[in-house]
Design a protein around this ligand. Structure first.
Ligand code: CP
Ligand code: NVA
Length: 303
């Protein structure tokens, strides 16, 4: 059997993703009740971080520990990944010694090459193209608050970036409507957008996208690797801030999400981040539970 990877939400079917979320909710309950759940005893996850991280690193490391296994942190600074050893060679070597590999990097092709040359499951911990693990947590958070998201209206406001791309994939797998508003120069990839069919619509303004939304989502205006564009982007994105006026267009019980870290006063006001509609802290915590479900699905020994 070929090795199963999680490079994109599309690697799992709708049913599999819903099953993962149910499992995430279950492992969260077990943890809260102090019930030990260690199906990954003796398993080791290598974690390659070529970009910074707080949530992804902490949640995967804590998750492996809680599941009875261990995680190993690898950075380009102190491994040969940063000295030009090909990712293909690194994949062969690392995957001969561990049970799974998490990678956060720049080009998505680097993750695909890693997966093609790995004999163990590879998990995308964020690329310039996608951030599927974050979507597991976002969907879990929605399901916990509101039940299934099928048929709901979700507004994506801001950059047509890796998170926006993953929301398009989520709209496909979970069957919700995605209303996107991004500046003309920062639209999501056209082919990916087209793959969403009539589930996905583009709007000119933030208020148009937010109208009657059940969930409003945004992300930083300059992602990792775009730091030098920060000044220019502050100007380009100025009218795409999620603020009180934008939230007022959404349904009165709409939720607000942000993958974090947030830049208060830029893509979102402090008022919205701290409002009763904001579920950002549950969303961040759910990285742990959702990824434990994912790790179990990919790494658990088959009977
Ligand atoms: N949301 C997210 O992936 O956070 P980190 O960059 O801290 O991992
Ligand atoms: N779009 C952001 C997400 C960070 C979790 C980035 O890629 O930096």
């Amino acid at each position: 059997m070929s090795t199963r990877h999680f490079l994109s939400l599309l690697d799992f079917t709708s049913d599999e993703l819903r099953a993962l979320i149910a499992q995430a909710i279950d492992v969260k309950k077990k943890l809260q009740q102090g019930i030990s759940h260690t199906p990954l005893s003796g398993k080791l996850l290598a974690m390659i971080f070529e970009k910074s991280s707080t949530r992804t690193r902490v949640s995967f490391e804590a998750g492996m520990y809680q599941l009875g296994g261990q995680a190993m942190f690898l950075s380009p600074r102190d491994s040969h990944l940063g000295r030009g050893e090909p990712i293909e060679d690194s994949a062969r070597v690392i995957s001969s010694m561990v049970d799974g590999i998490l990678i956060r990097t720049f080009g998505h092709d680097r993750i695909e090459t890693l997966a093609q040359n790995s004999r163990v499951p590879v998990i995308n911990g964020l690329s310039d193209w996608l951030h599927p693990c974050q979507l597991l947590a976002d969907m879990q958070t929605w399901f916990e608050h509101r039940g299934d998201i099928a048929g709901a209206s979700v507004a994506w406001i801001g950059d047509g970036n890796n998170m926006c791309h993953s929301y398009i994939n989520a709209a496909i797998r979970f069957d919700f409507k995605l209303q996107i508003a991004c500046p003309a120069e920062h639209q999501p990839d056209p082919a990916l957008l087209a793959s969403g069919g009539d589930r996905v619509a583009l709007h000119q303004t933030a208020v148009d996208a937010a109208r009657q939304a059940d969930l409003v989502v945004t992300d930083v205006w300059a992602s990792m690797g775009q730091e030098e564009e920060q000044g220019q982007r502050l100007e380009t994105f100025a009218s795409y801030q999620v603020n009180r006026e934008v939230m007022a267009q959404a349904n009165s019980d709409a939720l607000f999400m942000h993958c974090l870290p947030a830049h208060r006063g830029e893509e979102v006001t402090t008022e919205v981040l701290d409002s009763s509609q904001s579920v950002i802290w549950q969303e961040a915590e759910n990285r742990l539970h959702a990824q434990k479900a994912l790790l179990e699905a990919l790494l658990k020994p088959t009977a």
